[in-house]
Design a protein around this ligand. Structure first.
Ligand code: G4P
Length: 521
């Protein structure tokens, strides 16, 4: 019998992996794909990553994006579930891209290096997940190396993240003697991941796999963990208050299958999404989607852009028409694409939870909503106020118009933010991290033959301004004209020289809200 829409939707698991650099995100992604049958050989993902290690290599890769679809979304099927892994850039200079991607997932795996515990970037990414109550599965990686005390790591997660922990497995042995995982509730053990889990008669039964001096400690620990740790409560997990914890070694294939099974069993199907006029349920008949990422020049032979859209409800069918909320215009979805480990395919159908790539020539922007006709707009794809503001200096002044167009396109892709001052002075670009400026420079030169340099702007801080009283806002914008610019959507931002003058002005104009984050809408 053909699968119903509700069945197809309920099989989807869409998630991201969050980690501090080096904790093992790439290795784990690769192993998930390997165990999920999406790639045949370990090394396919890693090889790509190694090319983007160094700063200078990065640009080349950016231009080579045509093959590097691996940086966006990967899909595989396992245990009757369809998994969509959304990748997030590792470098913190691209943090805004990562945050936007996290708006498109229903769950996250948090990878923690067993020797290091919670590191700064883990914490930051976790906070973004928490803003949306995204359920988190924790994977304590690198158990094949020296690690910190397990109870101490669990305590750290509880304290630093205010998140209850429920270890599902316990590591059998440490570093050199690490040889598998012990399932606390079921007395099942699993060795390296090719092995099936086997039921044993309590921890004592596997202790002899360990060196003599570690056996008693292992049995004690399992008993203590059972007594002292909280049992797993799926509801608390789904609400974002509790994380199930797994131990393993991505490099040596331990714990990966435990993790895939947990995703299949515990992680939620596609969540409801909040739109301006109502909440949209995933299993609704009509298709809705939003764009969270744009990638340019994926095919170097055509100047195409791919908009990555998360389907929020219903079924997307190739050839269908969708309404683009921002313009009210119809858009034909003639060639939506699915992404597998290293290839892309035309998608005939995709369901809520899936991510499809929609080729376009600039029609779609980050934050755009697509529907089958209903006039609604999804909320919540964030735009972060830039940390660095610069003026773009053009070496050939004759090309000012071309530069304007190019900057507009780069801004629509989310490479930089663009602010046009009200007083007509040259545009200002804003970025979260300096590497984004390098990418902008490189792309302006390579794709538009526009050599540019950057100049300090007299501003260093920028805030979106709004006010319940429209007249009040207009007055502010007029009085402060020299310090006001418009973003891509025409919304006003206040530019301040430094945080001192920002504070001063916000005290002088208490009715004006000055926001560091803008949600696209
Ligand atoms: P990232 O994407 O989070 O930055 O981490 P990545 O997977 O690249 O892993 C970072 C380093 O940690 C790599 O070593 C990787 O091989 C190693 N690693 C990942 N998982 C494990 C594990 O379970 N056990 C051990 N012992 N090491 C692990 P590298 O030396 O930087 O790279 P490579 O030369 O091994 O490729």
């Amino acid at each position: 019998m053909a699968e119903t829409l509700a069945e197809a939707v309920s099989r989807r698991r869409t998630f991201a992996i969050i980690a501090h650099p080096d904790a093992g995100k790439t290795t784990l992604t690769e192993k998930l794909l390997l165990f999920g049958g999406a790639i045949q050989l370990a090394g396919e993902v890693k090889a790509k990553k190694d090319r983007i290690q160094t700063r200078s290599d990065w640009m080349k890769i950016e231009r080579e994006r045509g093959i590097s679809v691996v940086t966006s979304v990967m899909t595989f099927e396992y245990a009757d579930k369809v998994f969509n892994i959304l990748d997030t850039p590792g470098h913190e200079d691209f943090a805004d891209d990562t945050y936007r991607t996290l708006t498109a997932v229903d769950a996250a795996i948090m990878v923690i290096d067993a020797a290091k515990g919670i590191e700064p970037r883990t914490l930051k990414l976790f906070e973004v997940c928490r803003m949306r109550d995204i359920p988190i599965i924790t994977f304590i990686n690198k158990m094949d190396r020296e690690s910190r005390d397990i109870f101490e790591i669990l305590d750290e997660v509880e304290e630093k993240l205010a998140l209850d922990t429920a270890p599902i497995t316990w590591p059998i042995g440490r570093s050199k003697s690490f040889c598998g995982s012990y399932q606390l509730a079921t007395n099942k053990v699993r060795g390296p991941d090719s092995e099936e889990a086997v039921t044993v008669n309590g921890p004592q039964a596997v202790a002899d796999r360990l060196p003599e001096n570690e056996r008693a400690a292992f049995v004690d620990e399992v008993e203590l963990a059972r007594e002292a740790c909280r049992p797993f409560d799926r509801q608390a997990f789904l609400e974002g208050h509790m994380t199930p914890v797994f131990f393993g070694s991505a490099l040596r294939n331990f714990g990966v299958r435990d993790l895939i099974n947990a995703l299949a069993d515990f992680a939620p199907p596609p969540r409801d999404q909040v739109a301006d006029i109502r909440t949209v349920h995933a299993a609704e008949e009509k298709m809705t989607a939003f764009v969270f990422k744009i990638q340019a020049n994926m095919d170097p032979n055509h100047r195409d852009r791919i908009a990555f859209a998360r389907i929020c409800s219903g079924k997307l069918e190739r050839g269908m028409k969708a309404r683009l909320a921002r313009t009210g215009k119809q858009l034909g979805l003639t060639a939506p694409q699915f992404f597998f480990a290293s290839q892309r395919h035309i998608a005939d159908t995709a369901f809520a939870g899936d991510v499809v790539g929609i080729p376009n020539h600039g029609t779609l922007r980050i934050g755009d909503t697509l529907t089958e006709g209903e006039n609604l707009v999804f909320q919540g794809v964030p735009n972060f106020s830039p940390e660095i503001l610069r003026r773009v200096r053009l070496e050939d002044a004759m090309k000012a118009k071309k530069l304007k167009e190019a900057l507009q396109q780069m801004a629509e892709e989310g490479v930089v933010q663009l602010f046009s001052p009200e007083d007509g002075s040259p545009a200002i670009v804003g970025v979260v991290g300096a590497l984004q400026l390098d990418v902008l420079k490189e792309r302006l030169s390579a794709e538009y033959s526009l050599p540019v340099s950057f100049e300090m702007s007299r501003f260093s801080v920028c805030r979106w301004v709004s006010c319940d009283d429209k007249a009040e806002l207009e007055k502010f914008v007029t009085v402060k004209r020299g310090d006001i610019a418009r973003d891509l959507d025409g919304d006003p931002v206040f530019l301040a020289q430094d945080s001192f003058s920002l504070r001063y002005e916000s005290e002088r104009y208490p009715a004006i809200k000055m926001a560091a984050i803008k949600e696209y809408h």
